[in-house]
Design a protein around this ligand. Structure first.
Ligand SMILES: [Zn+2]
Length: 396
């Protein structure tokens, strides 16, 4: 049995930081918190630094020059490796709107990539599209935005069994409205995204069981005048519907820090998770890239730490990794490490349905953890007890 003893660390557990106690990891799982190192085990001396749960990013498209939509095993590995080295121990691969043929091909690659994963764990594919709203599509490719029929949804769910974990959709997409029950009954998580609806329509889908909003504050609606009447939007629905949860892009560009602070104060850490929504340029220093497939019409520019459409009319995804999101939340927004960590690990784990074995450092949970230095930088990454930094050094 492989044993690892993590010692001389401030370990962030569910109820806060604990000092002067070590964490024992056996075969990838946390088995005890004890002050005595057992015999015959590796010891990780953290030199008094903080140990926090690994980040769980439930919405990212790419990184390291690759995107999941590239549809190859190498692309999956490149993205996972890039984000893993920056502290992300679990990810939900997210292809943007694309053709159905490309999607179905991706499902097969996902299965193989999950089995062979050497870096972050894969928690299932998140489809951001193609069932969105043309009016609020943001940087998504309009050519691929479609309306599903029940036959098409049935085929998608059948082919995506055990693969598709979540679908982000626009409720005004007529076809999608009639498919909500099918996706829900298949155990797929539904989230409101790239939508132009108002409060009332948001409440309607909430009453049908939809409990998540995709990148709140980006491609979502808020208070505005419609035919001389002031209407509330998706943002207000998030604040007032008690069980509505949201993900927020935490790169420091997409959402102002005051807005993140306000969302956290109103809805608490149980209802918010921070994401990167990263595209292929994350973890690189390129100035030009592609959002989605590598096609001339998908070209974007990278400027001031974010991807933009070439005419600068829209952001085209972030280039952040989760360590940047963490530092932004703690150092810029001013949130505590405890609150930030919860929104980056425990809450996303619960949203994705893996909250009983991922997201916190407690006995019985996967030993996915990070060593953080005094500048809030990620120094070491462990996925199920395996050190990933070291592993990369061996491979180099
Ligand atoms: Zn996205």
């Amino acid at each position: 049995m492989k044993k690892l003893f993590v010692t001389n660390a401030k370990i962030l557990r569910r109820d806060g930081f604990t000092e002067s106690i070590g964490m024992l990891v056996e075969n990838g799982r946390i088995t005890a918190f004890t002050s005595e190192a057992p015999e015959n085990c590796e010891v990780l001396d953290c030199e008094g630094k903080a140990v926090i749960p690994g980040f769980i990013d439930i919405h990212l498209h790419g990184g390291g020059g690759a995107e999941f939509i590239d549809g190859t095993l190498e692309a999956f590995e490149t993205v996972a490796k890039t984000h893993c080295l920056h502290g992300t121990t679990s990810i939900c691969p997210t292809p943007a709107s694309c053709s159905l043929e490309s999607l179905y091909r991706l499902f097969d690659v996902y299965k193989e990539a999950k089995e062979k994963a050497k870096y972050s764990d894969f928690l299932g594919i998140h489809l951001e599209g193609p069932f969105l709203s043309l009016e609020n599509k943001g940087a998504q490719n309009a050519n691929y935005i479609i309306s599903p029929t029940r036959e098409l949804m049935a085929e998608l769910l059948e082919r995506g069994k055990g693969v598709v974990r979540r679908i982000s959709f626009a409720p005004e997409n007529e076809g999608m409205q009639s498919c909500i029950d099918m996706a829900r009954d298949a155990g797929v998580l539904l989230a409101i995204a790239h939508s132009n609806i108002q409060y009332e329509e948001t409440e309607e889908v909430y009453n049908k069981g939809v409990r998540l909003i995709t990148h709140l504050f980006n491609a979502t609606t808020t208070i505005r005048k419609v035919n001389q009447i002031v209407r509330a939007g998706i943002v207000e629905a998030f604040y007032t519907l008690p069980e509505m949860k949201a993900e927020i892009i935490g790169d420091g560009c997409h959402v102002p820090k005051q807005v993140i602070a306000m969302a956290k104060r109103f809805k608490g850490t149980d209802n918010i998770c921070l994401i990167t929504d990263a595209m292929r340029a994350a973890g690189t220093d390129v100035t030009e890239s592609y959002l989605g497939e590598v096609l001339p019409e998908n070209r974007v520019i990278i400027e001031a730490g974010v991807a933009k459409l070439p005419d600068r009319s829209f952001y085209a995804g972030s280039i952040a990794t989760m360590d940047r999101v963490f530092k932004n939340a703690v150092l810029n927004v001013g949130l505590s490490i405890e609150d930030t960590s919860k929104m980056m690990s425990e809450t996303p784990a619960k949203i994705m349905g893996v909250g009983d074995f991922k997201g916190v450092l407690e006995v019985g949970f996967d030993a996915d953890f990070l060593v953080i230095d005094e500048n809030m930088d990620v120094e070491k990454v462990f996925v199920r007890g395996e050190g990933k930094n070291e592993c990369i050094m061996h491979n180099a």
